[in-house]
Design a binder for this molecule. Sequence first.
Ligand code: ZN
Length: 216
Amino acid sequence: MTLTRYVPIKNWKCSIKKYGIKKYGIKKCGIRKRIENGRKDRMDMAIRNIREIGDAVLNKKCKEVKEMTPRLKELIGDMLDTMYEANGVGLAAPQVGILKRIVVIDVTGENPYVMINPRILEMSGEQTGHEGCLSVPGKTGIVTRPNYVKAVAYNENMEQYEVEGTELLARAICHEIDHLEGNLYVDKVEGPLMNVEDLDDEEDEEDEEEWCEEKF
Ligand code: ZN
């Protein structure tokens, strides 16, 4: 995955999501529908406050989850709701102030992964591109990540499973596992950390569709 130009929309997560919609032919309303359906299904839905850079909780190492509890199930549901509400493709528990090794990821809007105690088993290749974080609003920077990742984790029923991802999913798994170690992507940025707004101005002239076609 090589992102050399930037789609002029609010943040990296949105731009990648737009790409995903086009690339994989997912209905544009997919993510919104999912949120609405989720709300109907779950009466206890809650959006949690996303902690931002400077908050000490984001720099702490998270603890393993030993057993599933009703409270943790509620947390996982809230994390999914919070991620979708913020138009994110991933969220780690420390981002909502909980120091547990729990991550949620959904790079297509239709296929959420709940990853408890995730561990990377294999990685290979390389991708260099823009990255953003819900805990670092308005910023973006270039980060190199493996292009393929195989990970093992537990789901919300504490059943172990493996997940393999390339491109955006591989990037998201790495980004979220970094959160569990207390690391933010800003420490891995190559070159300056940029303001999304500045890029928006620069790229106003660009044709979004063309960008989606010619990259990757
Ligand atoms: Zn993040």
